[in-house]
Write a protein that binds this ligand. Sequence first.
Ligand SMILES: [Zn+2]
Length: 288
Amino acid sequence: MSIGDTIPLLTLITALHPGIVAVCAGAIGACVGSFLNVCIHRLPKGQSVVTPSSRCACGEPIPFWLNLPLLGWVILRGKANCCGAKISVRYPVIELLTALAFAAAIVYLPTSKALIGWVFLSLLILLSACDLEEMLVPDAPNFALVGLGLAFSILTPSLQGESSELVDLTNRLHALSDSLFGIAVGTATVWWIRTIATAVMGQEAMGEADIILCAGVGAFCGWQGALFCLFGGAVIGVILKLPSLLRISSPRKGSESVPFVPSMAIAATLWFFKGPVLVSAWFEWVGY
Ligand SMILES: [Zn+2]
């Protein structure tokens, strides 16, 4: 039995109109995005994500009706009610992104994989935003990615491409070994590239967070996913960096390094939704 068979609610979800399902998933995603915003703000500073309740930078608690995901920011038009301070556009952007990710997962993926995807994509959004905003990737959600990838592989072996029809111990062990191998490949590949690049460039290339992230993607997506996350992430990183590389004026200080976590997260998301299709399209394109 996989997660998909054990929860009758999932059968109900699948029976509903896809539009209703997408809207509900989006609403849940927006709420989760709202919590992610709290985590993005507090985790890199080592603060608790549970207490105290949401408050403005001036210290005033924010009433729940102004804290509604997406709507709160729109009602306030980006300005705090208490002191008029500007509220970062990051808040509605994260909420919208999470809402779209949740809706896309439930529409395009089998239900059990979609629910796992909600956890996977939420963690990727959290880690990317921390890297972009603070240049500091917290360890806890990064290691959680690795642990949860292993756990979900055992619970729902179809995550690793095992049959979802007949799930037995053999299936679970296969999925577990795929997940472990993904972690090993992800860790080893980034570690080697990091070591060589650091030696060649004479300064630290990539961070430990990149190793853990790639291991986590390997835990969820297997070894091919880990490799795609790394090399696809590098390509995406270069594409995102192109505008500032082409700019003739001297780049402002600090814009030298590319936050690699968001690029890897985009690649991992592509793989989670369309992995095998991407590979066969590639082989077709290069003429195999
Ligand atoms: Zn305030």
